[in-house]
Write a protein that binds this ligand. Structure first.
Ligand code: 5GP
Length: 119
């Protein structure tokens, strides 16, 4: 949970366009894009575009509100498109908390009872 924001983290590079991503939705504040190592079909990540928050503890509440609204909107779109039986919303903070990319993000992981989970 400690340290400074690294402007060369993978999601910062995606936001700069330095590395490609498959975008599913964006506005001026929030980006939703496909996870490259999906835990299930339709695994999407949601990030803030203009905040250098590494985790949930650092994000400005007004920005968090926008991210959560986009999370709900995207979850509804995923539900409509893929008709999963469930949706897991995941969010990790700090290396010991399971975080690997240190730019705050939420995961949307569609779930089906008859499909094996990779993560
Ligand atoms: P964390 O464990 O930090 O919550 O999850 C980071 C997520 O970012 C992982 O699910 C991982 O698959 C995803 N990821 C890592 N590198 C890339 C990348 O270059 N592009 C995309 N789209 N996702 C990535």
């Amino acid at each position: 949970l400690h340290g400074a924001y690294d402007t060369n983290n993978i999601f910062a590079k995606i936001l700069r366009g330095d590395i490609p991503s498959v975008k599913v939705w964006e506005d001026d504040h929030v980006l939703a894009f496909m996870d490259v190592f999906p835990q299930s079909e339709g695994h999407v990540l949601i990030i803030a575009k203009q905040s250098q928050a590494r985790n949930l503890l650092e994000i400005e509440p007004e920005v968090l509100a926008r991210v959560i609204a986009a999370l709900q909107r995207t979850a509804k779109a995923v539900e409509k498109a893929l008709k999963p039986e469930g949706l897991s919303i995941l969010q990790f903070n700090g290396e010991a908390g399971g975080q690997t990319v240190f730019h705050l993000h939420f995961h949307i992981v569609p779930r089906w009872t008859d499909r094996e989970m990779k993560g």
